[in-house]
Ligand binder design. Structure first.
Ligand code: FMN
Length: 306
């Protein structure tokens, strides 16, 4: 049976379908190629990179939860140059369309990183500008919590000479205000959204008798990180919906808690042009492909001409 035309247009970028991987959840390159043909997806979004290698945070970096997971990876990455040499070739061989995610601690970092993108091959179809990682320490303010800072970063990324997608956080009073600043300064699309700052307390690691004085900061018992997975889905869905009402024509990518076609289709109905699959990939590396197949099925059911 022929596949329906489920091509997705995200700003000026045309993709064969609307299911992508989410940055940081499927490695730097072709890691998922052992599980399925990466060219079947709309695109592969690679882990966020900056102009230099970055160690990220010390372990432990992951905390599993019933409703998803926390991560405190802190944007560990190999840097653009090493990525280009060691990971991009295999990803291109897989036939995948590639979206490179970039980050910086400062606007200057973003500018420097973006200027390295223009030399990348055309398989790199877009740049996702990560303005919203919550795991860089308490003193680090998220760019995406300020329309002004968002605007500065987007302007600094113009030298990438690729379509820019701004990755936002839901942790704002009015996401349309930040989205608008990104669009005004060159973003063709909004990826909505990143993880949400959250915390876990592992009571079993506090020891007995309990001698601490709240708030506890004892090593090992408290895990602070970004929440992802099913718990964030309704929050991201609402943000997508609000952004679509504010910006009828901009590209919008729904990210957060997609584990099946059910969430993916809800994002599409709420106004997204595409979705990304992240945490679900840790449970099942074939999750992005399964979501895609489920979306096709849903589409066929609702468009009987196919
Ligand atoms: C382990 C892990 C690492 C992540 N690393 C990145 C990253 O490097 N850059 C980024 O923009 N988002 C990163 N994210 C956030 C995801 O791309 C996504 O926005 C978020 O997890 C919500 O989607 P999900 O619920 O499908 O995972 C990471 C998430 C996880 C769980």
């Amino acid at each position: 049976m022929p596949q329906p035309d489920f091509s997705a247009k995200i700003g000026s970028v045309e993709l064969p379908n609307c299911v992508l991987t989410a940055s940081g959840t499927s490695g730097y390159g072709a890691e998922l190629a052992d599980y399925f043909d990466l060219s079947l997806l709309g695109a592969v979004v690679v882990k966020s990179l900056t102009w230099k290698p970055w160690e990220g945070n010390p372990p432990p970096r992951i905390y599993p939860l019933r409703v998803g997971m926390l991560n405190n990876i802190g944007l560990a990455g190999v840097g653009i140059e090493n990525w280009k040499r060691d990971y991009l070739p295999a990803l291109m061989d897989s036939g995948a369309r590639v979206v490179v995610s970039i980050w910086g601690q400062t606007v200057e970092d973003f500018a420097k990183t973006a200027s390295m993108i223009s030399a990348l091959p055309s398989a790199v179809v877009a740049v996702e500008v990560n303005l919203s990682c919550p795991n860089l320490g308490d003193e680090h303010k998220l760019f995406a919590q300020s329309p002004l800072e968002t605007a500065k970063v987007l302007k600094a990324c113009a030298t990438a000479e690729r379509p820019l997608w701004a990755k936002l956080t839901t942790q704002v009073t009015d996401i349309s205000e930040v989205g608008g600043a990104a669009i005004d300064c060159g973003a063709e699309a909004l990826s909505v959204a990143n993880t949400i700052p959250a915390m876990a307390v592992d009571l079993s690691r506090l020891g007995t008798p309990l001698t601490f004085k709240p708030p506890v900061s004892s090593a090992g018992a408290v895990f602070k990180g970004g929440l992802s997975g099913p718990a964030v889905f309704p929050v991201a869905l609402r943000a997508v919906y609000e952004l679509r009402k504010s910006f009828p024509d901009i590209g919008i990518i729904g990210v957060g808690g997609v584990t099946s076609a059910k969430e993916a289709c809800a994002f599409l109905v709420a106004g997204a042009n595409a979705v990304q699959v992240g945490t679900a990939t840790f449970v099942d590396p074939k999750a992005p492909l399964k979501v895609l197949k489920g979306v096709y099925k849903w589409y066929r059911k609702n468009h009987p001409d196919y």
